[in-house]
Design a protein around this ligand. Structure first.
Ligand code: B12
Length: 312
């Protein structure tokens, strides 16, 4: 059988890094070649190469090397659509400017290196790198911190960029998709037919990511929920509430266009009235909310309030 393990020089060429960098990654972070044949230099196997590709992607996005290496060493290595990551991408040097503001950069304010890395990967439409960063951040910081410290600043940055240029819709769509995938990958606790918590977007509302973050954060805390998704008409929501009888319902509205308070009133006055009806999102204003509807301010508060209502 042919030995397809690679020398350090070949690996360095494929990754687009210097051999000395490989040596450093080996010595400092244990990302070395694992194939040993007596009388020869050690060689890099396909698994070594997968780890190094993750290392390369994360460090290229600004993730500190120790953090990137700890993530790269976990197995199994994420592989896109069953195929190895795009080799053209893994050999290309980073081309985006590292500063915020001008050029094609997305501003993330004073958020840290991880948010900047995600913003760079977003603008490059680099889904594997976005996934690496998000999976790593969720695993290491938890859903709430990943959302507040990394995902949300990048979404704000994309929103600002869009508002200023009416461009980058493709960036927004791809990042949204990867965020959805990564939040959905957070393991869900077992649940019977009727969950106590129902999450839904308002009528005609297409923004769902904050609710997906809430579902993932609840799951991480061992609390099951059910998510109806985008654009749920009031009749459909009323039907779901009647059939499931949830203790808590959270309705997300991102903009005034989708914040008709009648959809909330219907729940608090209808049959099977949930113990908690909560409005979430900047579309709602406290002044127009029906009595008995709570306005949630942020993800942490939402997890606490909804969990408490579900255990009533
Ligand atoms: C991703 C995105 C999309 C994606 C959504 C994908 C998905 N699956 O959710 C898609 C491409 C579908 C989309 C569509 C549209 N979008 Co859009 N979108 C965004 C973007 C970039 C992020 C949205 C998001 O998730 N925000 C959540 C967080 C990051 O923001 P936030 O809600 O303001 O956060 C505050 C609170 O809500 C709270 N909070 C944060 N997280 C959580 C979580 C919980 C549980 C709670 C309780 C609170 C909370 O903390 C923050 C405190 O200030 C925003 C930019 C932005 N600034 O939000 C634009 C943005 C919301 N979109 C906008 C627009 C205009 C649209 C479209 C109308 C575009 C179009 N012409 O088609 C459509 C809307 C169609 C519709 N009827 O819904 C505008 C809205 C302007 C306005 N105020 O009216 C924004 C602000 C972009 C912009 N600057 O112009 N969008």
């Amino acid at each position: 059988m042919m030995d397809d393990a690679l020398t350090a020089g070949a690996v360095a060429r494929r990754l687009g890094v210097a051999v000395t960098t490989l040596r450093t990654w080996h010595q400092r972070y244990g990302l070395g070649p694992s194939r040993h044949t007596p009388g020869q230099h050690r060689r890099y196997t396909a698994e070594d190469m997968d780890r190094l590709q993750v290392m390369r992607r994360l460090t290229a996005q600004g993730v500190p090397p120790a953090e990137a290496a700890a993530w790269a060493k976990r197995m199994p290595v994420p592989i896109e659509n069953g195929a190895p990551a795009d080799p053209a991408w893994t050999t290309a040097p980073p081309t985006e400017p590292s500063r915020d503001g001008g050029g094609h950069a997305i501003g993330v304010g004073r958020s840290g290196a991880t948010a900047r890395g995600l913003a760079r990967a977003a603008i490059r439409l680099d889904a594997p790198a976005q996934r690496d960063i998000l999976e790593m951040t969720i695993a290491r910081r938890g859903v709430i911190r990943a959302w507040d410290e990394v995902i949300m600043p990048v979404l704000f940055g994309i929103g600002e960029r869009y508002a200023a240029t009416l461009k980058y819709i493709e960036v927004e769509h791809l990042l949204s998709r990867v965020v959805t995938e990564c939040l959905s990958a957070v393991p869900r606790p077992p649940v019977g037919a009727n969950p106590r918590i129902l999450l839904t977007a308002a009528d005609e509302e297409q923004h769902t990511l904050p609710l997906e973050a809430l579902a993932a954060a609840l799951a991480e805390a061992g609390v099951p929920s059910r998510m109806l998704g985008a654009r749920v008409p009031p009749e459909a929501l009323a039907g779901a509430v009647e059939r499931i009888g949830p203790a808590a319902v959270v309705i997300w509205s991102q903009t005034p266009a989708t914040s008709d308070p009648a959809q909330l009133s219907r729940l608090v006055t209808g049959p099977n009235r949930p113990y908690l009806v909560a409005a979430a999102g900047p579309g709602w204003t406290n002044q127009t909310l029906p009595d008995d509807v709570l306005l949630l301010g942020g993800l942490t508060e939402a997890v606490e309030v909804v969990t408490a209502a579900a255990t009533e």
